[in-house]
Write a protein that binds this ligand. Structure first.
Ligand SMILES: [Zn+2]
Length: 51
């Protein structure tokens, strides 16, 4: 069990960590940016993958 594949998704508006995702080792190294609902912003915002 390694946490190497664990990625956090951080809201680009409030910088809160709202989601966790397990990255596939085969996944592209580029950081993803996803539209997700943020409980703090009360709206959908861009979420960036961070370590
Ligand atoms: Zn937010």
């Amino acid at each position: 069990m390694s946490q190497d594949n664990l990625a956090k998704l951080e809201c680009t508006e409030c910088h809160g960590i709202n989601y966790y995702s397990h990255r596939n080792k085969k996944a592209i190294k580029e950081r993803l940016e996803l539209k997700k609902y943020c409980n703090k912003c009360k709206q959908h915002t861009a979420h960036k993958e961070t370590k």
